[in-house]
Ligand binder design. Structure first.
Ligand code: UT7
Length: 322
């Protein structure tokens, strides 16, 4: 059986870290409020020369190096972002050019905070059906460019960054098979107005700013994530106690705690980076994954579950044997 095996991870953050105290000088907020309600202490904010494509390229280079591949052997790039460099061409094609690999497939996926999960699902399907052999799956965002820096209810929550993984199509046996074992994705467009950007090329002709009804999003997130995790674990015949690591979308430490509690999963099994990165949308899962791989927590053979929920609403989860 062909499986998409994870063979490398990488990540990149903008040079500048911004503390809660620094934000409190700009808007009516405090370190205490932000830490208590979200778990966030810091976020990285991109300088003008740091873009979604430049961060994605840095993360991709590290993932390719970790895989031990030549960049030219990558024949599929799927890049998840809601903050592309330009309306078109796809940021994935800019990254492809930066890496010096030409001729393969390259496109963007837009599913906001769930974008990386959607990108994993698409890349996995394409690898398993033989359309490509080696895929780069990237989540990269510069949300700082679409934040309303006067709105304290949103501007304190987000940060910039990128994460990438390399997947390779490999023949695997049924028993102890490595790779992506299952991915479940969902969307419900009825909740569009709870989390959106108030502009776009076809409506206002502007980029727009992020708007969110945080409390409602929170409520939906806890319910939807618990359901999709149950679904994807059932599909692979696993129970929550089989999970070695949960790598969740990093929106709010309270959402992560609530999800872990619903699964009866000890907090030590949840990779938590929200404190230092804040919510980096599509980048948050691969950023957290790379951190836990590089610090030696996640090792080959581990059963890892990835999950995310975001604007649309969209949500999804993936079970991966590393
Ligand atoms: O990645 C996509 C998914 N996004 C999410 O998952 C985000 C989900 N939502 C959340 O994480 C939380 O709902 C927030 C962190 C956004 C807000 O936390 P909350 O506990 O739901 O607070 P709240 O919105 O109910 O606001 C409580 C109070 C309000 O004041 P009043 O109306 O009670 O007087 C807000 O005006 O906190 C006030 N507030 C702030 N105070 C200081 C809102 N933002 C701030 C702030 N600093 N930055």
């Amino acid at each position: 059986m062909i499986r998409s095996v994870l063979v490398g991870t990488g990540s990149a953050l903008p040079r500048r870290a911004v503390s809660n105290a620094e934000l409190a000088e700009r808007v009516d907020t405090s370190d205490e409020w932000i830490v208590e309600r979200t778990g966030i202490s810091n976020r990285h904010i991109a300088a003008p020369d740091e873009t979604t494509s430049s961060l994605a390229t840095d993360a991709a280079r590290k993932a390719i190096e970790a895989a031990g591949f030549e960049a030219s052997s990558i024949d599929l790039i799927v890049l998840a972002t809601a903050t592309p460099d330009q309306t078109f061409p796809a940021t994935a094609t800019i990254v492809q050019n930066n890496l010096g690999c030409r001729g393969g497939i390259a496109f963007d996926v837009a599913a906001v905070c769930s974008g990386f999960l959607y990108a994993v699902g698409v890349a996995d399907s394409m690898l398993r059906t033989g359309m490509a052999k080696r895929a780069l799956v990237i989540g990269s965002e510069t949300f700082s460019r679409i934040l309303d820096w006067e709105d304290r209810t949103t501007c304190v929550l987000f940060g910039d960054g990128a994460g990438a993984i390399v997947l390779e199509a490999q023949e695997q046996g049924e028993e102890g098979s490595r790779g992506i074992l299952a991915t479940r994705l969902h969307a419900d467009g009825a909740h569009n107005e709870l989390l959106y950007v108030d502009g776009g090329p076809s409506t206002t002709g502007t980029v727009g700013k992020l708007r969110m009804k945080g409390r409602e999003v929170f409520r939906h997130a806890v319910v939807n994530l618990a359901e999709v995790l149950k679904e994807v674990l059932e599909e692979t015949g696993h129970s929550p106690s089989d999970i070695d690591w949960l790598v969740p979308h990093q929106a709010n430490a309270r959402i992560l705690d609530a999800t872990a509690r619903k699964l009866n999963l000890p907090a030590e099994k949840v990779v938590m980076t929200v404190g230092q990165h804040a919510n980096t949308s599509a980048a948050s899962v691969p950023l957290a994954l790379d951190q836990a791989v590089r610090d030696g927590r996640i090792v080959q053979g581990d059963l890892v579950v990835l999950e995310a929920m975001g604007g649309g609403f969209t949500w999804g989860a993936s079970v991966v044997r590393i």
